[in-house]
Design a binder for this molecule. Structure first.
Ligand code: ISE
Length: 329
């Protein structure tokens, strides 16, 4: 992800450039040197954050480091685009919110890039324009070709906190409602992952505006990468269009390619996300996903983890959204 963001910033965004890079992988650093030339190569993330030539920071490090590094950026008074999840736990995400409010300026954007995917944006605009009437059902599907290399013990939690968190965020964002109850179920389709590793997770939800939701996140789909949503309303329904490649006709059949991964599927969204982030650094008013979105999605995701573990429906309770975040929601 870091490489994708760095290339986009350096080569696609006017008035922005990569000035420093930190990566624990020496091979990535060699590639970066060839790609970006004379940037500062920092040996620690903190060195990069405090480097005077750095105005703003993109965090694409392992999930467990996100909150700690975001807080370091806030301490240095630097804006940050942090990949999801904002933190390994909602408790740590709360610290980010408290720090940002204490500073009194929006400095954190969370990498929920679906907010910049044209198909998702069209669905949101249509729903807001009342085209389907009052929304009554959200349906989301999310397929990864193969799972991340989690251990069996942390597998199911990883699927929820790292993958399904996008679906939980989409649901909140597209409907403009908060998730109030979740019920998650999981199954293992591949014993080589360990019998307790749920590579298919379904989540049923209810939302504050009376809408219901159903999500399936299947991280071992083998055929490719796909994400989509449908919103059913009282007088209509709208879906994201299938995002596939050109139609190939051959040997009396026709076929379409399917994306391999999120980098292909969300190529346009990743770039638009950076455009919006950089514009917000220049003072543009923005609607970008906030630390509150990062926190709320983690609260919902943790409720899903509890639900999966206990076989229960779980209440989701965030507490009231601080006024500080109201303007952008
Ligand atoms: C990955 O980390 C992402 O963020 C992708 O957008 C998501 O679709 C995938 O499931 C995650 O593993």
């Amino acid at each position: 992800m870091g490489e994708c963001h760095a290339r986009n910033i350096h080569f696609q965004i006017p008035n922005a450039q990569v000035s420093a890079i930190m990566d624990i992988n020496p091979q990535k650093l060699e590639t970066a040197e060839r790609t970006f030339g004379s940037v500062h190569f920092c040996s620690t993330a903190l060195d990069l954050i405090h480097d005077p030539c750095v105005d703003a920071v993109v965090i694409a490090s392992p999930d467990s480091t996100h909150a700690e590094l975001t807080l370091a950026c806030l301490d240095a008074n630097k804006s940050v685009l942090c990949e999801k999840p904002l933190a390994p736990t909602a408790l740590e995400a709360r610290k980010v919110i408290e720090k940002e409010i204490e500073i009194g300026r929006r400095l954190v954007q969370v990498g929920f890039m679906r907010h910049y995917d044209p198909a998702h944006v069209r669905v949101k605009q249509s729903v807001e324009a009342g085209v389907v009437g009052r929304p009554i059902l959200f349906k989301g599907f999310h397929r990864n070709e193969s799972p991340d290399p989690y251990t069996e013990d942390e597998f199911s939690e990883g699927v929820i906190i790292n993958s399904a968190i996008h679906d939980l965020d989409s649901c909140r964002w597209l409907l403009g409602q908060e998730i109030t109850t979740v019920h998650a179920m999981g199954t293992n389709t591949d014993l080589s992952l360990g019998a307790n590793a749920c590579d298919l997770i379904t989540i049923h939800l209810s939302l504050s505006g009376g809408c219901l939701g159903m999500i399936d996140t299947y991280v071992n789909a083998k055929y490719g990468y796909e994400v989509g949503v449908e919103i059913v309303g009282e007088i209509g329904a709208i879906q994201t269009e299938p995002s596939t490649g050109n139609v190939l006709r051959s040997q009396r059949s026709s076929s379409q390619t399917i994306h391999a991964d999120w980098l292909q599927r969300f190529e346009v969204a990743y770039l638009s996300q950076l455009h919006a982030w950089c514009a917000s650094l220049d003072g543009a008013t923005d609607n970008t996903p906030t630390a509150w979105d990062g926190y709320s999605s983690l609260i919902a995701a943790e409720a899903c983890v509890r639900s999966l573990q206990n076989g229960t429906s779980e209440q989701v309770s965030y507490g009231p959204m601080p006024d500080f975040y109201a303007a952008s929601n």
